[in-house]
Design a protein around this ligand. Structure first.
Ligand SMILES: Nc1ncnc2c1ncn2[C@@H]1O[C@H](COP(=O)(O)OP(=O)(O)OP(=O)(O)O)[C@@H](O)[C@H]1O
Length: 337
């Protein structure tokens, strides 16, 4: 649905040329919630702003719904933009307009609707985001979460097929963040809208994304389905992001001389008491030092830090048999992982 093809973007500044994006290629399929994660300055905002041509690429092509938007004439571009809604970290509501007028704004630009139709659409959207009672309020009378709901209602007004979210929950507390993420999930599932979101918070990716690209210094350093990226991160930056939410560190006070392993397993094995069975068979005690079971895109992901106590060769046999159950086992060498 969205193809970003070898896109680079440079900004000319007083201090010289800044390269914000370098040869970025990305394919975002219809119906997905696609996350783009990276630290500050990685190029996320620039990338998302290219999708609705708020920025123009220096080179490369951006194809949305089969159409090259990089070469679109202004009039057609205005029309195509109605198909792409956008929400922002700071909500970007018009302070002097009521909630209803904020939501009507993009519809009025199209000049296609009667007053009665505008009012009906506002009512529908307010009901969808759960704020029907705020219709005549001004943004200053709303909480952050409510402002973002209105931002979302406004972005959905023209019935877009794509919703771009620029750090949409970064200004919100964790509870409100959860509410907004649940609303985004509903938008994706009930309205079948493809969502592209940028964030520096891996928790957001973990909660709602299907697929994710990790950015660093203007490049995509890794891209994968969320489950695969969390269970098997490859690039050091991805590992740092993943570790930030999985808390899979070695607890303080564990001496480096002990035999430690990281066990990674999925839903199937969680149900089976393989660890105790195999431990008994080979006279190996498995001590769980740290464990987490995380839900990722509706699948469970188990991650245990385990000490194996037993003679070396029996431990090796036990580990071999555990691997046959599909458990991935990594030796934790000097606690570096
Ligand atoms: N309009 C601009 N003019 C000059 N440089 C820019 C401009 N926009 C972005 N940049 C630079 O491009 C690089 C990428 O910025 P961008 O805002 O896309 O990153 P980001 O990952 O979204 O970071 P943040 O989360 O801090 O916004 C940075 O070095 C930034 O300073």
């Amino acid at each position: 649905m969205i193809e970003i093809d070898e896109v680079s973007k440079q900004f000319q500044t007083k201090k010289g040329t800044v390269t914000a994006l370098q040869d970025v290629t990305l394919n975002i399929e219809r119906g997905q919630i696609f996350g783009i994660v990276g630290y500050s300055g990685a190029g996320k905002s620039t990338l998302i702003r290219l999708i609705n041509k708020l920025e123009k690429p220096t080179s490369g092509r951006i194809i949305v719904d089969g159409e090259n938007i990089t070469t679109l004439k202004p009039q057609l571009l205005r029309k195509r933009r109605q198909n792409i809604g956008m929400i922002f970290q700071q909500f970007n509501l018009f302070k002097a307009k009521t909630v209803a007028d904020n939501i009507k704004y993009p519809l009025k630009l199209t000049k296609k609707y009667s007053q009665a139709e505008l009012d009906q659409r506002v009512d529908e959207l307010l009901q969808f985001v759960g704020l029907s009672d705020k219709k005549h309020d001004y943004p200053a009378q709303l909480s952050g979460g409510q402002k973002q709901r209105i931002g979302i209602a406004r972005a959905l007004a023209t019935n877009p097929e794509i919703l771009l979210c620029d750090e949409a929950t970064s200004a919100l507390d964790p509870e409100t963040t959860d509410e907004i993420l649940r609303l985004l999930k509903r938008i994706n599932q009930e309205l079948n809208i493809t969502i592209v979101l940028i964030t520096h918070e891996m928790e957001v990716v973990k909660t709602i994304c299907d697929e994710v690209a990790v950015m660093e210094q203007g490049r995509i350093v890794e891209q994968n389905k969320v489950f695969d990226l969390f269970t098997n991160p490859v690039h050091p930056t991805t590992k740092r992001f993943v570790h930030s939410v999985l808390n899979d560190h070695v607890p303080k006070g564990v001496e480096p001389s002990r035999k430690l392993y990281r066990f990674i397993f999925n839903h199937q094995q969680i149900l089976e008491p393989v660890l105790s069975q195999i431990g008994r068979k080979y006279e190996v005690d498995f001590n769980i030092l740290y464990g987490s079971i995380t839900e990722l895109t509706d699948r469970l992901f188990g991650n245990l830090l385990i000490e194996a106590v037993g003679s070396d060769y029996k431990v090796q046999f036990a580990l071999l048999e555990l691997k046959q159950y599909g458990i991935e086992i990594k030796e934790v060498d000097g606690f570096a992982s």
